[in-house]
Design a protein around this ligand. Structure first.
Ligand SMILES: [Zn+2]
Length: 477
């Protein structure tokens, strides 16, 4: 898997610079009457090019290796990195840069200058951008995550539900420039399309409307859906990625509209000056409850909260002050509520653990993780549903699961029976700002869609199907 290539870009630049110098020097001579032979200059450039190639070939080498079975060490060694340099490189990548979970297909490149390691780049396959470590005298001197350049744009989609939400999104929501060619030609294109619609649907059904619409029972043929989408546009490779839902309206054929309006603000309990996006109902009530039901997208309860049980590893009875969710190794673990990371380290029997402090005296803990999410640290603010780590079996554990526990004012509580209070509604100055912004957003959104988007009327309850059809026809034209 080892590949060595010359640094052609550098060569081309140097040759071009020499070429320009030659041409300008010669034309200068010509203007004062000297003889300038074009063929001579070309030959001189060719000699230069060959000399430069020889020099560069002897000074810069770039090696590439690919992670096979998710083992970072093997790929690093393949680049010719060993000993203390091996330890410091792995340490920087995993601890300082937080690249804890490597996947098959992730690649590494190492640049050697005069045989001395000068730069290492790690390209995680599931992210846009790369980790970079610069070496000085063979030791890591500077490291950072370099995100890929991107544009953020908005797009409005309108769907008629004829079978399922998934089918409606698949038919209408894919961006025309999802891939560079604009059509789905390869299997990679197809999986990108499936990935796009999956992310969009999950944001809609599992996050935005999770407490407003039951997408198994409430959805009927004839329902309508409008979504304002934010997308990432990557000019480098001509691709588009889903970013988030900005606003959404779901109109039921049998009457009623569920809405989600965006409001950008800074949470009071955040320790970082970050502007975040929350979604609200028309009246400024939050769409969210304070906590999600569980910290994994899927999984079964393998052990519930109890005051005493036989511990499977220790072999004696002790309280289990949390809930275990058995999930496949590597499954995403979410923060169940907004909060600040207070623990992100090895905690004895808990293995790799993250704890998050929430508002109103709550704290949640997530144990036995396989690895942590990249780019987070103690003191950082995480949002509800944000990935904080991956399911593993570290610490005292018999198989892959997440141990999920909750404390209130320092006392253990059962997360299953703990009251789930709704997130705070907007009040005062924030509420009036939200209400005025909402009017603007709704007007702009209607212009993008090309119709006047429906607005729920609190006075008149729509009862019969005929009324709904009339209204739909009016608004659809
Ligand atoms: Zn447990």
């Amino acid at each position: 898997m080892l590949r060595n290539r010359r640094n052609w870009a550098a060569v081309a630049l140097i040759v071009a610079a020499i070429g320009v110098t030659l041409v300008f020097t010669k034309s200068g001579e010509e203007s004062i009457g000297g003889h300038w032979d074009f063929q001579n200059s070309i030959e001189a450039m060719e000699v230069c090019r060959i000399e430069m190639l020889t020099i560069v070939a002897d000074t810069i080498d770039i090696y590439t290796s690919t992670i096979g079975d998710g083992f970072l060490g093997g790929a690093v060694r393949e680049l010719g990195i060993s000993g203390g340099q091996y330890l410091s490189t792995c340490g920087v990548l995993m601890d300082s840069l937080g690249w804890n979970v490597q996947r098959a297909g992730d690649t590494l490149t190492a640049t050697y200058n005069h045989g001395q390691l000068s730069e290492l780049r790690a390209y995680p396959g599931n992210r846009r951008g790369f980790y970079r470590i610069l070496f000085s005298e063979g030791s890591p001197s500077l490291w950072e995550y370099v995100p890929q350049e991107r544009w953020i744009r908005q797009r409005a989609i309108s769907c008629d539900i004829s079978t399922t939400v998934w089918a409606a999104l698949w038919d209408t929501a894919l961006p025309p420039d999802l891939t560079e060619s604009g059509i789905l030609v390869s299997s990679r294109d197809s999986s990108r399309a499936v990935g796009y619609i999956s992310e969009l649907q999950r944001a809609l059904t599992d996050r935005l409307f999770v407490y407003d619409i039951d997408f198994y029972y409430d959805v009927k043929v004839g329902d309508k859906l409008w979504i304002l989408i934010e997308e990432n546009r990557y000019p480098m490779d001509g691709e588009t990625g889903f970013r988030r839902i900005l606003a959404a309206k779901y109109q039921f054929a049998h009457g009623g509209i569920a809405e989600a309006f965006p409001f950008f603000h800074r949470p009071e309990d955040a320790e970082v000056a970050e502007i975040i996006l929350d979604h609200y109902h028309r009246d400024g009530a939050s769409l969210r409850t304070m906590f999600l039901k569980m910290p994994v997208p899927y999984g079964r309860i393998s052990s519930s909260y109890s005051s005493g049980r036989m511990h499977p590893v220790l072999g004696y009875t002790r309280a289990h002050r949390g809930i275990d969710y058995a999930s496949p190794m590597g499954t995403e673990i979410y923060a169940v509520g907004d909060g600040t990371i207070t623990v992100r380290s090895w905690c004895g029997g808990y293995g790799n653990m993250v704890r998050v402090r929430h508002a109103n005296g709550y704290e949640t803990g997530y144990g036995h993780m396989n690895g942590y999410a990249a780019g987070q640290s103690v003191g950082g603010y995480v949002r509800q549903g944000e990935i904080i780590g991956y399911v593993g079996s570290t610490g005292l554990s018999t198989g892959p699961h997440v141990h999920f526990e909750m404390k209130r004012n320092g006392e253990y509580v059962n997360p299953a029976t703990e009251i789930m209070p709704p997130a705070d509604p907007l009040e005062g100055e924030e509420l009036s700002r939200f209400l005025s912004e909402m009017t603007v957003i709704e007007a702009q959104w209607s212009m993008l869609v090309g119709i006047d988007l429906p607005v729920p009327d609190p006075e008149v309850e729509i009862e019969s199907d005929t009324d709904v059809q009339t209204e739909s026809e009016e608004s659809a034209e």
